[in-house]
Design a binder for this molecule. Structure first.
Ligand code: G4P
Length: 300
């Protein structure tokens, strides 16, 4: 495990981290409100630990993206969780565009008073400036593309001026900084690292593929057993029997993974079940939503 921890550090805590942070701080000076994008399946693990400090004095909206892949019951609970902490949160599916219009409305509502104050000072027509922040893979680009497509976006990518900040017109009141602030995930515990690996937020080569799939299978057996049974046409009684075997729990779970591998034809030469193939099947099915709408982090 120590080696894996090291590889995580090497990959995710690069030397330019401080520079990135400084750049984000600079960009933040240009905007009125920040939209922090989280993965609705892992709202805590996908949140950058320093975000509060970096965005202090800024208004902020939390977008729980990929809500289409997450458990409906849990989605609502997460929105309430953030609201209770006095943070505005909204469910978004950046692929289909669900929740995008609501986000626009929420931004305007949050900024209403400030804009009035600005207008009172005589600066009528001043637009709300927005910036997106989030860790990799939570859907920042998808969100920007979606929100920009809503109107005739002026995405300025003229050669030679790429260094200059570009603003995307969202409507007559809002403009969005075209480059999101990419923050680093936190690896405060092995659990957080595993959640990021299960959802594919960090690359599969950082943790052992079979270890990630094992962890997911264990979680599904405990929390979404029905989804697993349905997807792989498993026999509920047989699963219970395997889990009740008098041997270490990990061996029981491994046996269920092998059963899934067999069902899905993940067989290597000699008839042996291919662990890597099996692991990939389970992870791909989860990440693409084929195992159903699943939330990994629940509010306890
Ligand atoms: P990023 O800029 O924050 O790094 O994320 P990006 O938009 O590139 O999105 C990462 C992956 O997540 C993409 O999949 C994208 O299609 C998917 N995605 C983004 N928003 C949503 C959403 O609301 N719902 C669902 N279901 N998927 C979403 P990809 O291009 O296939 O990448 P990958 O799966 O190969 O990593």
């Amino acid at each position: 495990m120590a080696d894996q921890q090291n590889s995580i550090n090497i990959n995710w805590f690069p030397g330019h981290m401080a520079k990135t942070r400084k750049q984000i701080a600079e960009d933040l000076k240009l905007v009125d409100i920040v939209v922090e994008i989280l993965d609705a399946r892992i709202p805590i693990s996908s949140q950058n630990p320093d975000i509060k400090q970096i965005t202090q004095n800024k208004k902020k909206i939390i977008v729980l993206n990929k809500y289409d892949l997450a458990d409906e019951k849990e989605n609502q609970k997460w929105v309430e969780y953030f609201n209770k902490k006095d943070q505005k949160a909204i469910l978004v599916d950046a692929l289909s565009g669900k929740g995008i219009n609501e986000t626009i409305r929420l931004i305007q509502k949050e900024m209403e008073e400030d804009l009035k104050k600005i207008a009172d000072k005589g600066r009528i027509g001043r637009k709300i400036r927005v910036m997106i922040v989030g860790i990799p893979n939570v859907g920042k680009s998808s969100f920007i593309n979606r929100i920009a497509k809503k109107t005739s976006a002026e995405v300025g990518n003229k050669p030679g001026v790429t260094k200059q900040k570009q603003w995307i017109r969202i409507n007559d009141k809002i403009e969005l900084l075209d480059t999101p602030g990419v923050l680093w995930p936190k690896f405060e515990s092995e659990e957080v690292g595993m959640h990021l690996a299960i959802t594919g937020t960090i690359k599969d080569d950082i943790l052992e593929l079979t270890e990630i799939a094992y962890s997911l299978t264990k979680f599904l057996l405990e929390n979404y057993r029905e989804n697993l049974i349905q997807r792989y046409s498993l026999n509920e009684k047989q699963i219970e029997e395997i889990l009740n075997q008098d041997q270490p729990e990990n061996e029981n779970i491994y046996e269920i993974m092998q059963l899934i591998g067999k069902k899905r034809g993940a067989v290597a030469s000699g008839g042996r079940i291919d662990d890597d193939k099996t692991s990939k099947i389970i992870l791909d099915d989860f990440r693409s939503g084929k195992l159903g709408k699943i939330t990994i982090e629940k509010i306890s």
